[in-house]
Each structure stands twice: as structure tokens, then as C-alpha cells.
Design a protein around this ligand. Structure first.
Ligand code: SF4
Ligand SMILES: [Zn+2]
Length: 270
């Protein structure tokens, strides 16, 4: 995943997964001679990010890794609290808006700091939940985008997910064992997402059938690969007519979201 001398942006939210990822990458950085930079995305959710920003700052200072903060406000001209206020309906969940913005924000931030690699701490549980969300919302294209793992390329940026085969519980265990303090505040919008339901579903299943999450992961990966191969033949990659980013539609998901929020502000939906 990582080559000698590369500059790696690590997406660090202040949660356990991303701090553990930074901790481990930093431990093996010297012998592999790569450079790490932490990036934190501030969504603009009142009272939620403050704790994590100070945790990331202290953590990075302690291990001597430079860090940068980028906000939705500066990148997209709107923060999450405003987006929640202006969204046309609650059918558009906060997490779907936030996830769309975060993916792009991490790409833009990595490119701005001159990193060739973006490492994120998505774990096996995240992967299963995302697969189910895409499946249950009928978004088959996105199932195809989930493959290949763990390496993906975007506009010259190599995107890696080193934890994608690890259970969330293993990462929590590592964090406690290593004495890593992580964010305790929960996002006030997290219960809007069906992700929480899938998390509970899989954890309950794993309790009575240990290993089932890993079996699911392998099956979902295979399905994702099949969808990707099939879709590659019918989906033409275009550039978004507004921002120029790669998109399978004429307008990319970020610009569609921004338009949707602006349209609502102008009462187009009245
Ligand atoms: S829980 Fe949803 S709204 Fe809150 S930070 Fe995460 S993705 Fe964004
Ligand atoms: Zn766009």
C-alpha cells in the first residue's frame, strides 16, 4: 500500500480508528522512510468537533506529526449545521450529505498539502455497514465503487484503507492497550443514519456466530468486484460540468448536493 519515500495524508477525526491508524503508521514510518501529515475535516457541527480538534492537536504534537484542519465552510461554502437547516427534506439524511462532503474534502485536502497517498481508517465493520446502506437504498453503482480494496486511485491520489480487514473491536482493544485517548462526544446527527442499525445488527450476529462478519466481508468484496466489472462496461466516466471532478453523471454528487441545498434556500421547493 505504501512505497518508500511517499507523502501520506492521514484522515484523523479524533476517533479511535483514525488515531490508532496514525499511531501505527508513525511507529513504522522511520524504517519505511515515508512522511506523514494528519488532516482533520471540521464539518461545522456546533459543540461536536471541539473535543476532537484538541485531541488531534495534542496527539500530533506528542508524536511530532504536522497536522492541518480543513472545514466544509471553507471548501464548500456551507457547514453541516446550515446544511441540516436548509435541506429540502429529512429524507436526505445528515450523514448522506456529510459523507458526500467528507470524501471530497479529504481528497481536496490531500491534494492541497501535496500528498500522493490518502490513508483513512475505515474498518471491516464500516465496510459491511456501507455495503448494506448501498444495498438497501438501491444504489448498486456504489457497491461497485467499493472495490478494489484496499487501494483505489483518484486524480493521481492513491487512496488506501489499511484497516479494512480489521474488526472495530480489535481497534478499540489496541487503543485501550496503548493508552490512546479518543473522542467521547457523539455527533448529534448520528442516529439519523441507518448505519447505527446495521452496526447493531452485525454485532448481535457476531456475538452468537463468531467470524460471521469476516465471512460477510469476503462475500461482499466478491459481489462488489462483480458489480464493478459489469458496470465498467456501461458506465462512462465524465468530468462534472460544474467542478470538473470525475463523475459517472454530468453533475457530480457534491455539486448535486450543493445545488440541492442552494435551491432550498431560494425556496425552489415551495
Ligand atoms: S454522524 Fe453523520 S453527520 Fe455526524 S459527523 Fe458522522 S457522517 Fe457527519
Ligand atoms: Zn461537481
Amino acid at each position: 500500500m505504501i512505497r518508500y519515500g511517499e507523502k501520506i495524508a492521514v484522515g484523523v477525526s479524533g476517533g479511535k480508528d483514525s488515531l490508532v491508524l496514525l499511531h501505527i503508521l508513525n511507529k513504522i514510518a522511520n524504517q519505511n522512510n515515508y512522511k506523514l501529515i494528519a488532516i482533520t475535516i471540521d464539518e461545522g457541527i456546533e459543540g461536536y468537533r471541539n473535543e476532537s480538534l484538541s485531541i488531534v492537536k495534542e496527539f500530533c504534537n506528542n508524536i511530532n506529526v504536522p497536522y492541518f484542519i480543513f472545514s466544509y465552510d471553507e471548501l464548500f461554502g456551507i457547514n453541516m449545521d446550515e446544511a441540516i437547516e436548509t435541506r429540502p427534506s429529512k429524507k436526505t439524511t445528515s450523514c448522506s450529505i456529510c459523507g458526500t462532503f467528507r470524501r471530497r474534502a479529504l481528497d481536496l485536502a490531500s491534494i492541497r498539502i501535496g500528498a500522493g497517498v490518502l490513508a483513512t481508517a475505515h474498518n471491516l465493520d464500516d465496510y459491511l455497514q456501507t455495503f448494506m446502506i448501498n444495498l438497501f437504498s438501491g444504489d448498486v453503482d456504489r457497491i461497485g465503487w467499493m472495490y478494489p480494496q484496499p487501494i483505489e486511485y483518484h486524480n493521481g491520489l492513491k487512496k488506501i484503507k489499511p484497516f479494512v480487514e480489521l474488526y472495530e473491536s480489535e481497534i478499540v482493544f489496541y487503543a485501550f492497550h496503548s493508552g490512546i485517548a479518543f473522542q467521547s462526544d457523539q455527533c448529534p446527527y448520528m442516529h439519523e443514519s441507518i448505519r447505527t442499525d446495521f452496526r447493531e445488527f452485525f454485532n448481535n450476529l457476531e456475538k452468537i456466530r463468531p467470524g460471521i462478519k469476516y465471512n460477510c466481508f469476503n462475500s461482499m468484496n466478491k459481489l462488489s468486484k462483480i458489480v464493478k466489472t459489469f458496470k465498467k462496461n456501461i458506465n462512462v466516466k465524465n468530468s462534472c460540468l460544474i467542478c470538473g471532478e470525475t463523475s459517472t453523471n454530468q453533475i457530480c454528487s457534491v455539486c448535486t448536493t450543493i445545488q440541492m441545498l442552494d435551491l432550498d434556500k431560494k425556496n425552489y421547493y415551495d
